[in-house]
Design a binder for this molecule. Structure first.
Ligand code: URA
Length: 425
């Protein structure tokens, strides 16, 4: 076989055979198919798409390019969760200890942030001493001991995705359903959980910009999971504005702690409790919204979170440390009205300018910087009231404040917001 023929076939909109997909992906992982041919292939997929059978073959071939975790030693139904990416998305930090506090084992591998999106692993690494690299044995042992571990994706897992994702990131081929579905599901299948909750974000700050595409991605991934015997549910969630009140690594840890103590903003608290109900149900544990919420107010979820931080070497005093950013500036509203737009992408990029995110994989992060919103879409605001606080380690220029305000839309009419748009099971 020749890579050029496979690229040409896809470029012309034809369906590839299982053997062709396998040959290409295995060759790429082994280094015999070069980056430039894989880039051309990814672009051909971007424009021509893939059939359900091709996506399934691509996913399962990718699973085979690395280690597969065997979690069978852990008793009970192991649940996992994955988000297709967002701004201010600290859901995992609250959701997984909340679910684990009901005795359901959660063994989760998370990623790092890139571009306007944040990553759970970066947020956890803002806690002094916290270790994200664990062997399979340590990971399993910890889940057996305390029902919870969140680690970085092992280098040995789905090696094709490591290479391909980095390539897609610099060739404008990330936001295409076949490549996102195979990337996410290959990792989830290889990570070994029995049940999977997928959070498919939609809107201005997400890879899927409209509901029709988000539905197609969600359905594709649910079908892939079910086809290999994993109980899989997807929720389509709004990413037109940042999630919760903060963007930035330490700031998001602090918001997660507030939610874990029952003191978070109501909308994100309700949202996470709904996700927890779905995730528990994927492990055959049925709980009411009140029962789930109780674990935020009675300290059970927080206790699990602290247990995980301690088990992975994190310093529990440092966990509660406020941001040490040298400059904190309040941005105030210029007029009365209702907030109607806080574009997630723009504020993700804004936080990146402050050092909270990386433009390229090799950039280092400033864990202390970012944004804390006092007002979100739907909220009423009066002129002079604080909209948000900017946390920076460099003097905050007037230009930065102007850029911030440019992105906040205030009007006389209130708008309704809803975090969960649809559930696909
Ligand atoms: N998240 C992933 O893991 N892969 C993608 O392709 C997009 C989001």
């Amino acid at each position: 076989m020749r890579a050029v023929d496979i690229i040409q076939k896809k470029r012309d909109g034809l369906e590839l055979t299982s053997q062709e997909i396998q040959w290409l992906i295995e060759g790429y992982t082994a280094g015999t198919v070069p980056d430039y041919q894989m880039s051309a292939f990814a672009m051909a997929v971007y424009f021509k798409g893939m059939t359900t059978r091709e996506i399934s073959d691509l996913t399962m071939t990718m699973v085979g390019t690395g280690q597969q975790f065997d979690l069978s030693e852990i008793a009970g139904v192991k649940v996992d969760k994955h988000s297709t990416g967002g701004v201010g998305d600290k859901v995992t930090l609250v959701l997984v200890p909340l679910v684990a506090s009901f005795g359901v084992p959660v063994a989760k591998m998370s990623g790092r942030g890139l571009g306007h999106t944040g990553g759970t692993i970066d947020k956890l690494e803002s806690i002094k001493g916290f270790q994200v690299e664990r062997s399979q044995e340590e990971f399993i042992q910890q889940v057996q001991d305390i029902e919870l571990s969140v680690i970085g994706q092992s280098d040995q897992l789905v090696r094709a995705d490591k290479l391909l994702y980095a390539l897609r990131d610099v060739t404008a081929t990330v936001d295409t359903i076949p490549l996102i579905a195979s990337s996410v599901m290959s990792k989830k299948i290889a990570a070994g959980a029995d049940s999977i909750l997928l959070d498919v974000t939609v809107g201005e700050g997400a890879f899927m910009k409209n509901l029709a595409d988000a539905r197609r991605l969600a359905q594709t991934m649910v079908d892939l999971g079910k086809a290999v015997g994993r109980k899989t549910t997807a929720v389509i969630t709004d990413m037109s504005q940042p999630l919760g009140t903060s963007i930035g690594n330490r700031l998001e840890i602090l918001e997660a702690l507030a939610i874990l103590q029952g003191q978070g903003r109501e909308d994100i608290t309700v949202f996470i409790c709904e996700l927890a109900q779905i995730m528990l149900s994927l492990a055959d544990v049925e709980k009411t919204a009140e029962e789930v919420r109780q674990h935020l107010t009675d300290g059970s979820a927080l206790e699990k979170f602290e247990a995980m931080i301690a088990a992975q070497g994190g310093d529990l005093e440092d966990l509660y440390r406020p941001s040490s950013a040298a400059y904190v500036l309040e941005v105030t509203a210029d007029q009365d009205g209702y907030i109607t737009e806080l574009p997630a992408m723009e504020f993700g990029l804004f936080a990146m300018r402050l050092g909270a995110g990386r433009a390229v994989k090799t950039d280092s992060l400033d864990y202390e910087t970012g944004l804390v919103f006092e007002k979100k879409v739907g909220d009423r605001v009066r002129a002079g009231q604080v909209l948000a606080k900017i946390y920076a380690n460099q003097k905050i220029s007037q230009e930065l404040v102007t850029d911030f305000k440019k992105n906040v839309k205030i009007s006389n009419e209130a708008v309704k917001v809803s975090e969960i748009i649809e559930i696909i099971a």
